[in-house]
Ligand binder design. Structure first.
Ligand SMILES: Cc1cc2nc3c(=O)[nH]c(=O)nc-3n(C[C@H](O)[C@H](O)[C@H](O)COP(=O)(O)OP(=O)(O)OC[C@H]3O[C@@H](n4cnc5c(N)ncnc54)[C@H](O)[C@@H]3O)c2cc1C
Length: 430
């Protein structure tokens, strides 16, 4: 029972499945509200919620393990929240409103939130089951990779997206010789145009990463002891591999929804109030699917949390809406900020700027004077301002001449135009 919240009047029992980033953020959001239900959190991992995003700097040896913890188990107890760790919810009896964990624990609920996240996707390639092949999703994976990363040995990372690049840099910083395989023609193909991707590639090559774009992985090979030892590409290239990391994407953990016969597509289907096909069950984060969208970054998940917290506390919530998401890469020494489409369409006006000496590149995509996308490499200080203009749908025609110069110059021109506009008719009259 809540000890520190005598004002709590809600009687509903809320069970949150998943003590990851979404589940934990929901707890914090509920605690910030005056009335909240009694809460039980069940997490399959043995550690209490931690900042998964920081696994990359942890792997790179740039951060201590303790810095990742969001809240301790004691904190949960102090808040009057029941926290069950190291148990996986296996089934939900929707009629009886009860769930069962793999330890045989049974729990009743009035409201249930599924925040089960996702699992790394695996390509259908022979050899993927070999010892020495890793994924990079949780603390155990980071520990296993840190143990496998012996200086001077060879690693192959499969996937040239955000996660693959961060894993590759982490292993390289631990002294490994790292080859990175990217199926597409460029790194971070979902976020970057070709120019920015080439700049990134050249910086990473300069640091010693061996990058293969348009690479078709055919199979992984084992040594005489059955341990992975090489990656074979379709063009005949053979790359030595004492350790392989698979980072090609994620698959929502929707199994629990399937077992409970909720509506499930690729993720557990929710409406704009994060409610599943059962009105007493909600889903949020990487396990859910909203209007065909899946999630892999925290920004939209934080907005989902706020909507759901309001609903669960009986407050009037505005439904969850999709918005563009900005991406940053967490590789030290490389600044990169991107949002919106990577390729220009015929109706786009493209503004770009490049300073090879400073290593700066900016490309903006405008449609009818409004910013739809930006790729910034090098000096990314204006990234959040550009993003804000896009979210606001602001007409930037008045500051077009200064747009590439950055936020301060462009904003000054915008302000000038706003100050001038009411006086225009008077000037014209004079
Ligand atoms: C290395 C790495 C770096 C990242 N960097 C960034 C970044 O820079 N920016 C960004 O925005 N995002 C980043 N992400 C993605 C971000 O971490 C996720 O979007 C976020 O963690 C999703 O939160 P979630 O709660 O949906 O899933 P998770 O955080 O994965 O939490 C789900 C939890 O549910 C548990 N669970 C699953 N099934 C059950 C069950 N049946 N019973 C009980 N518990 C269960 C899981 O064990 C897990 O602990 C990164 C991810 C990784 C792995």
């Amino acid at each position: 029972m809540p000890q520190r919240h005598p004002e709590t009047t809600a009687t509903d029992r809320l069970v949150i499945v998943g003590n990851g980033m979404a589940g934990h953020r929901l707890v914090e959001a509920l605690l910030a509200r005056p009335e909240r239900p009694a809460i039980t959190v069940i997490g399959a991992e043995t550690a209490p919620a931690y900042n998964r995003i920081l696994l990359s700097p942890l792997l790179a040896g740039e951060m201590e393990r303790s810095a990742l913890t969001l809240r301790s188990a004691e904190w949960y107890a102090e808040q009057g929240i029941e926290l069950v760790l190291g148990e996986r919810v296996e089934s939900i009896d929707r009629t009886a409103r009860r769930l069962t964990t793999d330890a045989g624990r049974e729990l009743g609920y009035d409201r249930l939130v599924l925040a089960t996240g996702s699992t790394p996707a695996r390509p259908p390639v022979p050899g993927l089951e070999l010892p020495g092949v890793h994924v990079f999703r949780d603390l155990h994976d980071a520990d296993a990779l840190a143990r496998a990363a012996q200086a001077g040995r060879n690693a192959v990372v499969i996937g040239g997206g955000l996660l693959g690049l961060e894993a590759a840099e982490g292993l390289r910083k631990r002294g490994m010789q790292v080859s990175l395989l990217q199926r597409e023609d460029r790194l971070m193909n979902r976020q970057l145009d070709l120019t920015a991707a080439r700049l990134l590639e050249s910086e990473l090559r300069g640091r010693g990463l061996d990058i293969h774009t348009e690479a078709q992985l055919e199979r992984l090979e084992a040594d005489t002891e059955g341990q992975v030892c090489a990656a074979l590409l379709a063009d005949g290239t053979r790359l030595a591999a004492d350790c392989v990391v698979v980072a090609i994407g994620i698959v929502p953990n929707a199994e629990l929804g399937r077992v409970a016969e909720l509506e499930v597509n690729r993720g557990i289907v929710v409406d704009e109030w994060l409610t599943t096909s059962d009105p007493t069950i909600h889903a949020l984060g990487e396990c859910c699917e909203h209007r065909g969208n899946l999630y892999g970054l925290v920004e939209p998940i934080w907005r989902q949390v706020e909507v759901l917290a309001e609903r669960l506390c009986g407050q009037q919530a505005q439904g969850y809406q999709e918005l563009p998401t900005a991406t940053k890469l967490k590789v030290s020494g490389i600044s990169l900020y991107a949002f919106g489409p990577t390729e220009a369409e015929p109706e786009h006006e493209v503004l770009s700027y490049r300073d090879p000496q400073q290593g700066d590149y900016r490309r903006l995509l405008l449609r009818d004077g409004r910013l739809e996308g930006a790729v910034l490499y090098g000096d990314t200080a204006s990234g959040p301002w550009y993003f804000e203009q896009t979210l606001a749908g602001r007409d930037l025609t008045a500051c077009r001449a200064a747009l590439l110069l950055g936020a301060a110059d462009a904003q000054a021109l915008l302000d000038d135009s706003l100050n001038e506009s009411p006086q225009r008719p008077a000037k014209e009259a004079a």
